[in-house]
Design a protein around this ligand. Structure first.
Ligand code: COA
Length: 197
C-alpha cells in the first residue's frame, strides 16, 4: 500500500515531468506540466465536460493552474498523479487520466484510497481512450506501485463513466452521498489480480 511513510518516490520533479508513465496502442501518458494550462482550461471550462462533475465548469485560468499545482504536488509527494493523455497520431493533448491519491479524504468510511479517473475533451470521446488509458493506469498501480486495491467513483447517472470503470475491470461496491459536496456517488473497486487467487 502506498502510504505517506512508505511511498513510491520520484522526489525530483524534473525527473517526473519528463517521464512517460505508460504507452498504449493509440496513446501515451506523460506528466502534466505548467505548459498544459491552456489545454487544461479548455477542458475544465467546457460545460459538457462538467455535466456529471457537479456542473461547475471553471471560469478562470488560475483555477486550472491550482489544479495543475495540486497534480504536481502529488507527483512530488507520491510519485503519481493524474497523467496527460496524448494521442499518438496527432501529438494532441486529449485530457487527463490516471491515478489520484486521496489520503486527505474519507469516502463513506473508505480512507487512504487511490482512485482511477479520466476527463477528456469531447472531440476525443467515443474512441475508447478513457478505457485504454484507464486500463494502463490500473496496470501501473498494481505492477509499478504495488497497490492492493484501486477504487473508482462517478455519479450514479453517469452511464458512460460507469461503463468505462467496468471495462477497466472494476466492480460495483455501493452508492452513497459525499457529504462535503452533497454529491451522490457510485463506488467501484478492483483488487490486484493475485488477490483473486
Ligand atoms: C466519460 C468519458 C471519460 C468517457 O470517455 P470515452 O473515451 O468516450 O470512453 P470509452 O470510449 O473508453 O468508453 C465509453 C463507453 O461508454 C459507453 N457509453 C457512452 N455513453 C453512454 C451512455 N449514455 N450510456 C451507457 N453507455 C454509454 C460507450 O458505448 C462505451 O462502451 P462500449 O465500448 O461498451 O460501447 C468522457 O465522456 C469524458 O471525459 N467525460 C467528461 C468528464 C467525465 O465525466 N469524467 C468521468 C467523471 S467520473
Amino acid at each position: 500500500m502506498l502510504t505517506e511513510k512508505h511511498h513510491f518516490v520520484f522526489s525530483d520533479y524534473i525527473e517526473v515531468s519528463m517521464k512517460i508513465f505508460a504507452e498504449t496502442q493509440h496513446l501515451y501518458m506523460r506528466a502534466i506540466t505548467d505548459d498544459d494550462l491552456e489545454a487544461m482550461f479548455e477542458l475544465d471550462s467546457d460545460p459538457l465536460v462538467h455535466r456529471f462533475l457537479g456542473q461547475r465548469p471553471l471560469k478562470a485560468r488560475k483555477q486550472s493552474q491550482q489544479y495543475i499545482d495540486h497534480i504536481k504536488m502529488q507527483y512530488q509527494k507520491y510519485g503519481v498523479g493524474r497523467w496527460a493523455v496524448i494521442e499518438k497520431a496527432t501529438g494532441e493533448f486529449t485530457g487527463w487520466s490516471g491515478l489520484k491519491v486521496n489520503f486527505e479524504d474519507i469516502f463513506n468510511g473508505h480512507e487512504n484510497l487511490i482512485d482511477v479517473g479520466y476527463r477528456l475533451m469531447p472531440r476525443y470521446w467515443g474512441k475508447g481512450y478513457a478505457t485504454e488509458s484507464g486500463k494502463a493506469a490500473v496496470r501501473y498501480g498494481f505492477e509499478v506501485l504495488g497497490l492492493d486495491t484501486i477504487y473508482g467513483m462517478t455519479e450514479p447517472d453517469h452511464h458512460a463513466s460507469r461503463r468505462v470503470l467496468e471495462k477497466i475491470g472494476l466492480t460495483y461496491v455501493e452508492d452513497f452521498v459525499l457529504e462535503s459536496e452533497n454529491l451522490p456517488l457510485t463506488f467501484y473497486k478492483t483488487d490486484k489480480p493475485e488477490a483473486h487467487n
